[in-house]
Design a protein around this ligand. Sequence first.
Ligand code: COA
Length: 259
Amino acid sequence: MNAPTEILRHEDAGVLTLTLHRPDKKNALTAAMYATLADQLNEAAQAQAVKVVVLQGSEQVFTAGNDLQDFRDHPPVPGSEPPAPVYRFLEALRTFPKPLLAAVAGPAVGIGTTLLLHCDLVHAADNAAFSLPFVNLGLCPEAGASVLLPALVGRQRASELLLMGEAFYADEALEMGLVNRVVPPPALHAGVQALAARLATRPLSALMATKALMKRSQPALQEVMDAEFAQFGQMLRAPACREALDAFMAKRKPDFTGM
Ligand code: COA
């Protein structure tokens, strides 16, 4: 449980920056990292001094998504009490009331892409590679992606991204409205910090009211996310996902014959 060193925290002039820092595993997210992220977001939601939060990885990788070893060895239990750390993180994202920015470089796999659907402004480096490989792991969408993605890009395009699970890149993400801007990797983090600093000069009450009003059109999101989480939890324990996870660990291709 060494998440505090894997989630770096920096606060300056109203901007809290949370940096995913597990470089040897491509910033894959463990239960401990989700717990830290959830705690940090929940504290930032209450803290008077924090106006804006930035989520980022490195210039090489945003995140390889959920840690697959964790998925295999400790799959989250839907409806557990206390809730699984990943569930707490998703709830913290869904309900975060202040501007949430993301800076994405390199791979943004699975939850690395779906969490962006909860961010208010997203900048990507031109090396960013997004993917939603749930089907290829025997899984289903999470984080509200089954409704947020079709709402953003249209049903057919969302189907292509979710059913094929193939990577797509920064220009396509820009064109579909998933990201606001694409920049060279060395300019990414400074650019997002400058944007966050400008936002932090605005009155917090106006920022929060604006965000809350834009989210009024998503009243059923919690129900959708809970249904996704329940289905995802079941599928994590089913043969197709077990085969995909075993294959990843063994560095071989999965064999879904007959599944
Ligand atoms: N969970 C656990 N470990 C992961 C991981 C993940 N999601 N993603 C990468 N790693 C580990 C690798 O096993 C490897 O560990 P090792 O050095 O001990 O063998 C290390 O991180 C480096 O990964 P590697 O695959 O060699 O890096 P790459 O640059 O060639 O590819 C990715 C990067 C992200 C494209 C690739 O690692 C990948 O596809 N990962 C799985 C992503 C995934 O399916 N996530 C779940 C989504 S729901």
